[in-house]
Ligand binder design. Structure first.
Ligand SMILES: Cc1ncc(COP(=O)(O)O)c(C=O)c1O
Length: 507
């Protein structure tokens, strides 16, 4: 064949040879191993201010490209000076897992393989790993044959995807016609995660479509109120689209009464979505599993391995009782460039057709590697241990005269506040306590030994510790109590107004 004059020469610049892959891989690996070695001695957070971090993290990009040594040198401050460590034993905030070691290693491999798990042909093995993992998890939750699901970016995405499927099941025309005169409602407790309301907004239902169902004194959904809210809506021509029960609320870890809620949904013919983003992990621990009784009746379940299974960010799951509901809700009408005769090709499920994402990463691998590498027994032991640690913290709080428990401990969350024993009762004292505890949380974080977050319970500010970290132990609970009391005393000494000087006390 004659060589044409415009035949392009190879441009191999981006095609690093395997030995360069090893060099950069080892450079990054060294940083990771050093992090693991030093993790316990680093402050959980340095509580730096954003402009300082921004200035330090304006990392160079050069026309020539950096050497591996230059890259790792640039990354060193990110890893050791300007990060907050979810894997530090003192990390107790929000609901953020520590990050498993097998999961992190598998994540590198997944990126190296670079499977696009949006299309089966682009990821045959990876797609089947994901499908198998989904079926395995669905069976753990007690969902029947035919159940399945998909990996998502988080509980927010799972909740949105589930509620989209629920909306389309309740009112199939909405997909094409829009809502028109259709009025739909979603029911979730006052303690449900904000992403439920966010999903209603994104689905065009409007935030007000979410009916805030009251809770009992343990922050669980009030089933009587749920029933009456459904009745009221039906009477005024509003169609119930879904009930969202939470298995492990974000603030306190409360589990809604799943059997009662499931009964209402079955009787009324309403889609039951269970947001088990946090509490779902309890399914792996036989001692805790009874807390989730009834979850197998759900039409859909959100479950975030990146929370209590500590798999690396982000790795979340949406399970559905019947995979076809996702196919019906997310199938795109005749998109030419992905049209395929599967009889001809033998392809399996395109995950891009089960949710809003088209191109997707192989996030299932880090979940599989974490479960397979640790084994389910080790997970079961650690999950139970986390609950024991939260109960231990609660016991320390209860026996301390300057601390007050704020909510029952059900899973691995304990909420409490600092209350100086000589503070008088009354609204003024409560207002002072809110501000005091808010300052206290920041001061505790500033010390860098432990990193709690907060909850607002019945309008009152609470300190909150959530143990979803396999490095956390009893001494970390003691550190938190010590910091809360020591710093609380100091703050109270400098902040208390004269009008609250002393009273009959709270003891
Ligand atoms: C109960 C619950 N649902 C949903 C979410 C949102 O999950 P993500 O942050 O993974 O999107 C959270 C987050 O904490 C949660 O606690």
């Amino acid at each position: 064949m004659a060589v044409m004059s415009n035949r392009p020469d190879p441009v191999p610049d981006l095609d690093w040879a395997p030995d360069r892959a090893r060099e950069i891989g080892e450079g990054m690996l060294d940083l990771w191993i050093e992090l693991l070695e030093r993790l316990r001695d680093l402050p959980v957070s340095r509580m730096e201010r954003a402009p300082d971090v921004a200035a330090a993290m304006a990392l160079e990009i050069s026309p020539e490209g950096l050497t591996v040594a230059e890259m790792t040198e640039r990354l060193r401050p990110l890893i050791f000076e300007h990060s907050m460590y979810a894997g530090h034993p003192g990390h107790l905030s929000y609901i953020t897992g520590a990050g498993t070691i097998p999961g992190a290693a598998a994540n590198l491999l997944a990126a190296g393989l670079n499977a696009n798990v949006g299309g089966w042909q682009l990821s045959p093995g990876a797609s089947e790993v994901e499908s198998h993992l989904m079926r395995w998890l669905a069976a753990r939750f007690g969902l029947p044959q035919g159940a399945g699901g998909l990996m998502t970016s988080g509980g927010a995405a799972s909740n949105f995807t589930a509620l989209k499927a629920a909306r389309d099941a309740a009112a199939p025309d909405v997909r094409v016609e829009g809502l028109g005169d259709e009025r739909l409602a979603i029911y979730a407790s006052e303690e449900a995660h904000a992403t439920i309301v966010e999903a209603a907004d994104m689905l065009g239902l409007g935030e007000r479509a979410v009916r805030a169902i009251t809770t009992d004194d343990a922050y669980r959904m009030n089933v009587d109120h749920l029933e009456s809210a459904i009745l009221d809506d039906r009477e005024s021509g509003v169609r119930p689209a879904a009930v969202v029960a939470t298995a492990g609320t974000t603030a306190t870890g409360a589990v809604d009464p799943l059997p009662g809620v499931a009964d209402v949904c079955a009787r009324e013919g309403i889609w039951l979505h269970v947001d088990a983003a946090y509490g779902g992990a309890a399914i792996l621990a036989p001692e805790l599993r009874p807390l989730l009784d009834g979850i197998g009746s759900a039409d859909s379940i959100s479950f975030d391995p990146h929370k209590w299974l500590s798999t690396p960010q982000s790795s979340a799951v949406l399970l559905v009782r019947d995979l076809d509901v996702l196919r019906r809700s997310f199938s795109s009408t005749d998109v030419g460039y992905v049209r395929e005769d599967t009889e001809l090709t033998g392809s399996g499920q395109n995950f891009g057709g089960l949710g809003p994402q088209w191109s997707r990463s192989f996030s299932a691998l880090k979940v599989w590697a974490s479960l397979a590498g640790h084994g389910t027994d080790a997970y079961a032991r650690r999950i139970v241990h986390d609950v024991e640690l939260a109960r231990y913290l609660d016991a320390l709080v209860r026996e301390h005269p300057s601390l007050e428990p704020m909510a029952p401990v059900v899973l691995s969350i304990a909420c409490f506040r600092y209350v100086p024993p000589d503070l008088p009762y009354g609204p003024e004292g409560d207002g002072y306590l809110d501000g005091l505890n808010e300052r206290l949380m920041v001061e505790i974080r500033r010390e860098g030994r432990t990193f709690p977050s907060n909850a607002v319970l019945d309008g009152r500010y609470a300190l909150r510790a959530c143990v979803t970290n396999f490095r956390t132990e009893a001494d970390d609970m003691e550190v938190l109590v010590d910091s809360a009391v020591r710093l609380g005393d100091r703050l109270d000494g400098s902040l208390r107004p004269a009008s609250l000087g002393s009273g009959r006390g709270r003891q």
